[in-house]
Design a protein around this ligand. Structure first.
Ligand code: 13P
Length: 306
């Protein structure tokens, strides 16, 4: 299989009525877990790399992801997650990424459209697809949240205006999710109807950020192994299923892999106090991440589609 653009992978998902996971990776172990899970479940997948992951790895994560993606036996897109400048998008495109996100959702609409359009014009010339965002999520977009502290859900009118003006290939919308392990209280409310309204008027495949489920049993294991996560809650599986049913295509997951891997590491080092071999310490983390990703691929309906 060759590398696929984000748009190729997501257009197929839109036609087929399933979702594709974009899993955040910062290192070799996470990348291998994602590719292994995709091959085990025969699922298309997106490897999502943030600017933070690039700087953490001195940019090496880009090469690791591209090598793994090119060798995979299922369709894989290598994607820049939350690119915050034209320059980082261009760096990723020159480096071989097949999808970039330019995130100017914290700017006013006209600036967001103008700066997204600039990336779209350059990316389109070399066949790379572009994701952009309109609306404001919680979590890392918190600084841009509305004055009353609530995130701003994307409206259908905004989405239509934005896609027409910016020309992005795929569109991230705010429908009640947030980044990180604290997505709300109880069962966070996801605006399922809003997804349907936007989908009815926008052809670009839709993207859901902040979609980790933060399972209570894993949080309990994390805390039992000496960790401390308070009030951690994520998105219910039924809400993800319904979101996909209404037209959501790309489902972003990072937190669930962080909780799974750090729980496995905590448990392993506790029960093996004399272990000094990093490979042995990270092996259960890699296996736990692969298990979580496989389950996610079944939930999204991408299993068997690769
Ligand atoms: P989570 O924090 O829910 O994993 O979301 C990840 C994400 O949206 C990355 O862009």
């Amino acid at each position: 299989m060759t590398l696929h653009t984000g748009l190729d992978v997501l257009s197929a998902a839109q036609r087929g009525g399933y979702g594709v996971g974009a899993f955040n990776t910062d290192n070799l172990e996470t990348t291998l877990a994602i590719i292994d899970a995709a091959e085990t479940t025969r699922s298309p997948v997106m490897l999502a790399i943030t600017s933070g992951a690039l700087s953490y790895s001195k940019n090496r994560i880009a090469d690791i992801a591209l090598i793994e993606a090119r060798q995979a036996s299922v369709p894989v897109a290598v994607h820049l997650d939350h690119g915050d400048s034209f320059e980082v998008c261009m760096w990723c495109i020159r480096h071989g990424f097949t999808s970039v996100m330019i995130d100017k959702s914290h700017e006013d609409e006209a600036t967001n459209i103008r700066q997204t359009r600039r990336v779209v014009d350059a990316a389109r010339a070399v066949g790379v697809s572009v994701e952009a965002e309109i609306g404001k999520l919680g979590g890392i977009d918190a600084a841009a949240e509305a004055g009353d502290g609530s995130a701003q859900l994307t409206t259908a009118d905004e989405a239509v205006r934005f896609v027409e003006g910016a020309g992005c290939d795929t569109l991230a919308i705010a429908v009640g999710t947030a980044h990180g392990p604290n997505k709300g209280i109880g069962r966070p409310h996801i605006a399922i109807e809003r997804i349907g309204e936007i989908r009815a008027r926008v052809d670009a495949p839709l993207v859901m950020h902040g979609a980790s489920s933060v399972p209570a049993d894993v949080v309990e294991r994390f805390n039992a192994a000496g960790g401390h996560l308070e009030g951690a809650v994520g998105i219910h599986d039924d809400d993800i299923r319904q979101a996909i049913g209404r037209g959501m295509c790309k489902v972003n997951v990072g937190t669930d892999l962080r909780i799974a891997s750090s729980t496995a590491i905590r448990e392993f080092v506790r029960s093996h106090p004399g272990e000094i071999d990093m490979r042995k310490i990270l092996k259960p983390a890699r296996a736990e991440m692969a298990r979580v990703i496989e389950a996610k691929m079944v939930l999204l309906g991408s299993a068997g589609k690769g």
